[in-house]
Design a protein around this ligand. Structure first.
Ligand SMILES: Nc1ncnc2c1ncn2[C@@H]1O[C@H](COP(=O)(O)OP(=O)(O)OP(=O)(O)O)[C@@H](O)[C@H]1O
Ligand SMILES: [Mg+2]
Length: 435
């Protein structure tokens, strides 16, 4: 890594207008550089603003404020040296593979003969030889994504911006395509000088990147930077690889736990952004944790192993963990999760005992649930329309989030039988409450 960076982003901020006319801050204080000769991975949860950032870098949408420099110049529109690869390969179905690939060059006004020549080269290099005259629908998912890569590579891009390019593929196909791309890159068979890879997948990032940025949400910002100093090709089974994956899990799981802990300490209260997960899934995870604990012979379960065992992505796992920590059924720390005594009691309880235990924890630890119950207790007829609570939540949350948070509190409260809810009348009540 020498000289000036290919990309430099300083204090980038992006604000969208919501349909209700409010401002939603999607990116805040984003400082990123892409260095000459590096693969940089951007790892973050769904909705953290990764795709938005990529579009800003490509010049497809402007930042609201901050600096975006490409090769030292401010980005003011689509950047010619930059190609993108997307998760969903949007090809033209009525064009052949060759025609699809050539298309990228038409905009650059490359003459017909040269266009064909370069498209054939790109097709060759990405392993689509023999499929030039096929139509996209005749190809497997992996081959279709190769067309996506060929379309990007045909312009001999200086920079590749890749938005989860492997996540729609099955495991084996994804791995083959990753390896092929890494080979092209490390053998300098492509002219590309820098790659930014957006990913959900921690292992993919550790496998491919020279440096990993962990992106946090609400608003999107860089939370941590992790250099990957393992030589290529990397061995997923090696201790160093596993260690790094574990370390990243650790960083990515600190926040949900912290949030839950902070809220309990400070009593942040009613408008806490409850993770929208069902009681069924919570119970399922508690049972799985108890089973893993028995197999491992230790109460502490490593998060990467848990995710692998349950085929969970980070986005599946974190809201569930956050809810378990919030409810006091599990503790998370140092990349590991452990059932609390109550969590273990829940697993061993029968249906009615589970409800009672859940009710107790819900009332003690989830202020919104306790608040709804208090209001219902205080009212002479013990009923309240949900608008009563929605309005209050909207003082702190967007309309959409307020609805989702209340919905979650209602689902949990109904399961625990601390109040009842009439879907048609949209009314909460104490009819047949269990406690
Ligand atoms: N044009 C837009 N107008 C309003 N809001 C938008 C717009 N584009 C994106 N958003 C919002 O910005 C947030 C970030 O979206 P973005 O697609 O960048 O996230 P992401 O990290 O790529 O998520 P994912 O991992 O699911 O792809 C989301 O809440 C999304 O709803
Ligand atoms: Mg995205």
């Amino acid at each position: 890594m020498t000289g000036s960076p290919i990309y430099e982003l300083r204090g980038v901020r992006k604000v969208f207008q919501t349909p209700e006319g409010e401002e939603a801050v999607i990116l805040q204080d984003v400082d990123i550089s892409l260095q000459e000769g590096e693969i940089l991975a951007l790892l973050g949860r769904s909705g953290s603003g990764k795709s938005t950032l990529l579009r800003i870098m490509a010049g497809l949408v402007p930042a609201s404020s901050g600096e975006v420099l490409y090769r030292g110049r401010p980005v003011a529109g689509p950047v010619p040296g930059v190609a993108m690869v997307f998760q969903n390969f949007a090809h033209f179905p009525w064009l052949t593979v060759l025609q699809n690939v050539e298309l990228g060059l038409e905009a650059l006004r490359v003459p017909q003969a040269a266009r064909r020549q370069r498209a054939l080269e790109a097709i060759d290099i990405i392993g689509l030889d023999g499929f030039e005259s096929a139509y996209p629908r005749e190809l497997s998912g992996g081959m279709r994504q190769r067309v996506g890569f060929a379309r990007a590579l045909v312009i001999n891009p200086d920079v590749l911006l890749m938005d989860e390019p492997f996540s729609a593929l099955d495991v084996l196909t994804a791995e083959t395509l990753r390896t092929d791309l890494l080979d092209l890159w490390s053998e300098h068979r492509i002219s590309t000088r820098g790659i930014l890879l957006v990913s959900h997948n921690i292992e993919e990032a550790v496998l491919m990147a020279d440096r990993i940025l962990i992106f946090g949400a609400n608003p999107g910002h860089v939370r941590a930077e992790i250099p990957v100093r393992l030589p290529q090709p990397r061995d997923r089974q090696s201790e160093a690889f596993r260690g790094l994956v574990g370390e990243i899990y650790l960083i990515m799981t600190t926040r949900p736990t912290l949030r839950a802990d902070e809220q309990l300490r400070e009593g942040v209260g009613v408008a806490y952004h409850l993770p929208a997960v069902s009681v069924n899934r919570l119970a399922g995870l508690l049972e799985a944790l108890a089973a893993l604990e028995a197999v491992a012979g230790s109460p502490r379960i490593s998060l990467p192993e848990l995710a692998e065992d349950m085929h969970f992505s980070v986005d599946d796992l974190f809201p569930l963990l956050e809810a378990l920590v919030l409810l006091g059924f599990a503790q998370v720390g140092e990349g590991q999760v452990e059932l609390t005594a109550s969590g273990r009691d829940f697993v061993n309880a029968d249906v009615q005992e589970r409800k009672a235990l859940f009710a107790r924890h819900l009332l003690e630890r989830v202020p919104l649930a306790a608040y709804i119950r208090t209001i219902l207790d205080e009212r002479p007829r013990h009923v309240a329309p949900i608008e009563r609570f929605l309005g209050e939540l909207e003082d702190h949350l967007s309309e959409e989030d307020a609805r989702r948070v209340l919905e979650t509190a209602i689902f949990w409260g109904r399961y625990a039988e601390i109040f009842a809810y009439d879907d048609n009348a949209r009314v909460l009540s104490l009819e047949n409450p269990g406690v």
